[in-house]
Design a protein around this ligand. Sequence first.
Ligand code: NAD
Length: 486
Amino acid sequence: MNSRAIPDQPAAATAPLRADFANLIDGELVAGNEWFEVINPATGQAFARAPRVSRPELDRAVASARRAFNSWRATPLAERRAAIVRMAGILTDNTAALAQLLTQEQGKPLGQARDEISRAASQSVGMAQILISDELLEESAERRIELKYFPLGVVGVITPWNAPINLAAGPLVAALYTGNTVVLKPSPYTPLCTLKIAALLREVFPPGVLNVVAGPDELGEWMTAHPGIDKISFTGSVATGKQVMASCAGNLKRFTLELGGNDAAIVLDDVDPRAIAPKLFFSAFVNSGQVCMAIKRIYAHESIYEELCGALAEEATKARVGSGLDPDVQLGPIQNLEQYQKIIAILNDTTAQGARILAGGRVPAGPGYFFPPTIVADIDDRARLVQEEQFGPILPVLKYSDPEDALRRANDTRFGLSGSVWGTDVERATRLAARLEVGTAWVNQHRTTSATVPFGGAKESGMGRQYAQLGLKGYMEPRVISVLKS
Ligand code: NAD
C-alpha cells in the first residue's frame, strides 16, 4: 500500500489566467483592484483569477442590500416568484457553459456539474411554489390573534466548495422569495461559476437585491460580524460553523448552519449485497465523496459482510477516475490541496492501523489531486476514517452481528446530518432508521432531497433547516398581532 507523502505537483502554469470575472455590488459589475488565483484541481495549476472584494466594497454591498430591502419586501410575492422562475430559466439556458466552468474549478465530472445546475434550477422553482400562510391563533368575541411572518432584512449567504451552485441556490432563493435581500460569498476555492451567475442575474433582480462578493475566509468573518447583516446562512464545516455562530452573537443575527456529516448506512442481514452495492457505492463516491450527506461509514451484518465488501471493491475497481472534462470519467479529483492532503493522511493512518484495503489505496503521482476510490475493511471504530468526516473517496465497511450494536455505533458521534438503513423487510428497517440521531433517516436510499422536504443536521451537523416551509420560515421573523375587539 502507498504510504508516501503528497505526490509532487508541477511548477506554476505559464498560460495566461482567465480574468473575465467581477463582483456584483449594487447592480454593478466591479472588478476591483485586487484578485486571487483559482486552481483547476485536475491539473493543480491556476487557470483563472477572481476579484478580491475590499472591506469598503463589502460595506457598499451591504448598504445597497439594506436600501433595496424596503422595495423588495414590498414587491408582491407573485413578482418575486416570477423573478426566481426567470433565474431558474437563465441557469437552464446557460447550463453547458456553466457546467464546463464548474468542472474546471470544482473538478466534478461534467455530467455531475450539469446535474448540479439543473438541480439548482428545479429546486429554486420548487421552493418558489411554497406558501407561507398566516395563522389565526384565536378568533373570539373578545380577541383576534394572528401570527404573520415577515422578512428579516439582509441575509449573508456563505457557501462551501463541494457544490457551489446548488448550495448557493437553496439559501439564495429562500432569502429572496421570502422578501429579504442578499450578500452572497462563495468559497475562495470555487468562486467563478457563482460570479458568472451573478452577472447573468443582473437583468433579473433590481440593484442591491442580490450582491455577490468573492474573497478569502476573512471576508466570511467580516460578514458574520457585520452590523448591517441580519442573518447568516452558512454551509460549511463544523469547526467554521461554530465560529460563525459565535460571531453572529455580536448583533444577535439569526443563522442557519448546514454543517458536516459522518453518515452511517446500516445494511441488514436480509439484503442482496450484490444488488445494493452499486447504490451504496454511488451514494458514497459521487463527487469523489465530497458531499455532506454522502455515506461515510457502512455497518454490514456479518452474514453478508464479505460479499458486500467484495461487491463494493468491484465497483471501486471499475470506476474511472480522471479529469472531469473527459466524458467517460466517473470520479474527478479532490477539489483542493488541503483536502487532498487530509485524505492522504487518513489513508496513511488507516494502513498504519493494519486495516484491509480492498480496492484503491494507491495515490498516483501528480499532476492533479487524484485519489482512487478506496474500500477499507476490518478497521477499528476509533480510527480517524471512522471518527472524522473524511469528505473524500475512501470508505470504511465495519462488521456487526447485532443490529442494536450497529445502531449504537452509528449514533456514537457528534455528527448527526443523515443516515440510512438497508433491508428487504422494510418495516424492520424503518423502525431502526427512526432511531438514527440525524436530521434525515432514509430507508433503502440515501441522498434523496427535494424543495418541499426540510433538510438539515442534528447534533453538531447544523442548526435550522433549508428547503420546505420549515426552511423558509428560518428567513422570516414571526410576529403576533393581537387585537382586543371591544
Ligand atoms: P469551510 O467551513 O472551510 O468553508 C465554508 C465557507 O466558509 C467558505 O466560503 C469559507 O471561505 C467560509 N469561511 C471560512 N472561515 C470562515 C469564518 N471564520 N467565518 C465565516 N466564514 C468563513 O467548509 P468547506 O471546506 O468549504 O466545505 C466542506 C464542509 O462543508 C464539509 O464539512 C461538508 O460536510 C460541509 N457541507 C455541509 C452541507 C450541508 O448541507 N450540511 C453541504 C455541503 C457541505
